[in-house]
Design a protein around this ligand. Structure first.
Ligand code: AMP
Length: 138
């Protein structure tokens, strides 16, 4: 399948759609997931277009995982979760719903399930507060 430049993350990269930004650099962008599976759920994407891990040039992928580590560290300081899950889905059968590569960073708590994917939209004011809390540790 060819990369579709009208996907929602490509539109966020072009600033056509707003997001609650956590971090950006020349190669990557991190922002709050609009339907968080836990408080602090953040997405990290490369600026380079690519549907999944098989399509992205190695350097773009390396930059994305570097940002993922950096932002996960800030989430750890901001939310103090005992665990953090990093997830990256490839293809619809794996659960991928947006076809621009992304890493999920999801805080996890012992004995507590994370919320369903594509569940409830978060209150934008809460997302803005969470983004600010994470940014304060970057
Ligand atoms: P995946 O199922 O791995 O493709 O994950 C896509 C993620 O993107 C889901 O967790 C959605 O909640 C999230 N998402 C979809 N649209 C937006 C948006 N406009 N802003 C932020 N997150 C979004």
């Amino acid at each position: 399948m060819a990369y579709d430049p009208s996907n929602i993350f490509a539109r966020i990269l072009r600033s056509e759609v707003p997001c609650h930004k956590v971090y950006e650099d020349d190669n990557t962008l991190a922002f709050m997931d609009i339907m968080p599976q836990a408080d602090g759920h953040t997405l990290v994407i490369p600026r380079t277009p690519g549907e999944n891990i098989h399509d992205l040039p190695e350097e773009a992928l390396a930059a994305t995982i570097r940002t993922t580590q950096k932002v996960a560290g800030a989430i750890r300081l901001a939310f103090d979760p005992p665990g953090i899950m990093i997830a990256q889905l490839n293809g619809a059968p794996a659960g991928q719903s947006v076809f621009h590569l992304h890493f999920h960073i999801v805080p996890r708590y012992a004995g507590k399930d994370f919320r369903m994917a594509a569940g409830e939209m978060a209150d934008p004011a809460v997302l803005a507060e969470h983004a600010a809390r994470i940014r304060a540790h970057l």
